[in-house]
Ligand binder design. Sequence first.
Ligand code: CTP
Length: 401
Amino acid sequence: MATLRLQHKRILLIVSGGIAAYKSLELIRLLRKSGAWVTCVLTKGGAEFVTPLSLQALSETKVYTELFSLTDESEMGHIQLSRTADLIVVAPASADILAKMASGMASDLASTVLLATDKPVLVAPAMNVRMWEHPATQANTATLVSRGVAVVGPDEGPMACNEFGFGRLAEPPVIVAAIEALLLGKRPLAGRHVLVTSGPTHEPIDPVRYIANRSSGRQGHAIAGALAALGARVTLVSGPVEIPTPAGVDLRPVETAAEMLVACAAALPADVAVFAAAVADWRTELATLKLKKVPGGAPPELKLTTNPDILATISQGTPRPRLVVGFAAETNDLVANAQAKRARKGCDWIVANNVGEGSHVMGGLRNEVHLVTADGVETWPELAKTEVAARLAQRIAEALT
Ligand code: CTP
């Protein structure tokens, strides 16, 4: 039998426009299964994609669509509608409704309810990748976060419009987890400071060339987002990446391993540190002028110098975070190498992943990891990187309590 974790909780679900609106049906089903009462507000845009009848059938209650329907004596007013919920969830949240919320507009029932409410609000954005990445949408989302609105997603992947990128609605179980975190006071990392490293480092050779690796920063960024969702104050020290910074995370962009170490040391003290960056092991001396080909001459020789090991330095230094988590990117003898790395670097846990040929982990969307701790080795199934992040954040929260 399903656990009724959200029993007696009242959720006002605002369904705005977008192809992802159909996923709100699955969200309602999961929330009802968890014991919550769900009342839906469907915007005009949302009604282009799902019908009031389908929302009503799943929520088993009246669906509100228009502001004027609330002027009826027999209905509750929009103020009351916004106040009788424990939480307001906007899923999917279109670019339009995020803009309305950020600017305080009250031009339809959904925006009026959002302006009138004094309850916590969670938004799950879903839109075309260019719309999500547009500075206007990013600024609107940042404004909402600064006002205390919680954000879940969006995820990355192929989109209905044949493009690829960030903009997909977070999966309904992930939205439910975010709702539980807000409603059940499950912000177990509130008051904790977590340092996360992510992405590759770029080690310059000359003004135009550099040494790098295939890391996209997806796993590290997802971990930073998942920890923030559990209430942590997150400092994300990241090498150059092309993915957006998760909502509510303090980004410190760096290029080289040396800069990453300085930024990490400056971010201390931290309760937890997660080192997910693919730090270049070596750097070369920087040529101040572009290296030129000498016709018929020998190619230049790069003399490599070993970079500082950031994970080992922080693990063995002071102030040491209470929990230090490293990663191990291996192509062979995964677990044995990870265990040796854990001992050598002095960290508490290692998340080991196989980056061998054919694994598609580096730069990909999914990951299959082993969690190596003092107690042994846990093998997790292959999951989306966002789900690996959510699980790891949960484990970190449990370890700290
Ligand atoms: N790491 C680090 N600083 C470095 C190198 C690695 O902080 N200069 C961290 C990574 O962020 C990761 C862990 O150490 O958490 C292991 O990284 P990995 O590349 O798997 O191992 P290396 O130490 O580079 O060892 P090797 O390349 O020999 O496997």
